[in-house]
Design a protein around this ligand. Structure first.
Ligand code: DAH
Length: 357
């Protein structure tokens, strides 16, 4: 009996897992287990022998059962410990990683400009990037023989042989959206139209695709004074200065009369742009009072309505505001550039929350 005790106690204490333990239980005290079989032999013993062997077998069975239970509990504890170690979680870690991407400066500046003009009651209008040459030129008072057409370095879409449709171009400016917005909404109207434009040009300050934002405000009595106020408000808010000083220089655009190019008073200190002070002037946009021909092309009676329009280069605004030297890098998709100049995807520019952080 001592041999049995030693054999099973040693095996139980060495059992590696619950399955091994269960096998041992069956082998020792199961119905056909070694100890159970021994107990059946009690019947064949003399009463004296039985008196000795019975209690001894019973206590051996108890001893083995409690060793099994103790080992089972110990194994469960071990398993729990292992799980706790394995599934450990640091609840003090940040819940989510920050967004991996950044907002491109062009998108950022578009949002900023849109926020500023939205605050002045302008809504966003859109037009197609592949535009008929009527919208891109004719409707804007640029007849086919108009010399300004040549200045635009236009990309023309191929017209298939025998196709009976008007020529299309990649729009060379956002001005055609003026016509579409007038046709769609009529007057009075206040819209801005940000978007891509295309010209065949490539150097440090020109890329074949770039971005403009068009502005249009038409009502009964809108004048150059309203244009000047709007642009001053815009520039001050955009560059984050108390007051911006603008200079209106007489110019010529076919779609406005009179026309003005607008310069911004600034200075360059150690290559850093300072707006609103200094002795330099920097051209930032073209503008004017919308030409009667343009209003008519948009379906508006120029004897009833008048207003201003302007066009700004978004990429150039981004270069100036954020000190980005080369326009071409904007469109290289270089991750290092995007990470360096990109903006947090979760900071949406607003006038009350701040335009850029
Ligand atoms: N469309 C002109 C360009 O691309 C910019 C421009 C000038 C737009 C004067 C206007 C404007 O609306 O009034 O060069």
């Amino acid at each position: 009996m001592d041999d049995l005790r030693q054999k099973y106690l040693a095996a139980i204490s060495g059992a590696a897992d619950e399955a091994a333990l269960e096998a041992l239980r069956v082998e020792a005290v199961g119905k056909k287990g070694e100890i159970s079989l021994k107990m059946r032999e009690l019947g064949k013993m003399t009463p004296e022998e039985r008196q000795l062997a019975g209690p001894a077998l019973n206590s051996l069975k108890d001893e083995i059962n409690s060793a099994l239970a103790a080992k089972k509990a110990a194994l469960a504890d071990l398993a729990l410990d292992a799980r706790l170690k394995d599934e450990w979680l640091d609840v003090t870690l940040p819940g989510r990683p920050g967004p991996a991407g950044t907002v491109h400066p062009v998108s950022q500046v578009t949002e900023e400009v849109t926020a500023i003009f939205a605050d002045m009651g302008f809504r966003v209008a859109e037009g197609p990037q592949i535009e008929s040459d009527w919208y891109n030129f004719d409707a804007l008072n640029m007849a086919p023989e108009h010399p300004a057409r040549q200045e635009h370095d236009t990309f023309y879409m191929a017209v298939p042989e025998g196709a009976n449709r008007p020529p299309h171009v990649l729009r060379t400016h956002t001005s055609p959206v003026q016509i579409r917005a007038l046709q769609g909404q009529g007057a009075p109207i206040r819209v801005i139209a940000p978007g891509r434009v295309y010209r065949s040009d490539y150097d440090q300050t020109h890329t074949p695709m770039f971005h403009q934002i068009e502005g249009l405000a038409i009502d009964r009595d809108i004048s150059m004074a309203n244009l000047k106020w709007c642009l001053e408000e815009f520039v001050a808010a955009f560059f984050g200065v108390e007051k911006a000083e603008l200079r209106f220089r007489a110019s010529h655009f076919p779609f406005t009369e009179p026309s003005a190019e607008v310069d911004l008073r600034c200075s360059w200190v150690d290559g850093q742009l300072k707006v609103g002070e200094g002795d330099d002037w920097m051209e930032i946009l073209g503008s004017g009072m919308v030409h009667p021909h343009v209003l008519r092309a948009g379906g508006i009676d120029p004897d009833q309505w008048q207003g201003f329009a302007f066009g700004i280069g978004i990429d150039r605004l981004a270069m100036l505001k954020y000190g980005i030297p080369d326009l071409r890098a904007f469109f290289d998709s270089d991750l290092r550039w995007l990470r360096h100049y990109g903006f947090s995807a979760l900071d949406v520019p607003t006038l009350h929350g701040g335009l850029s952080r």
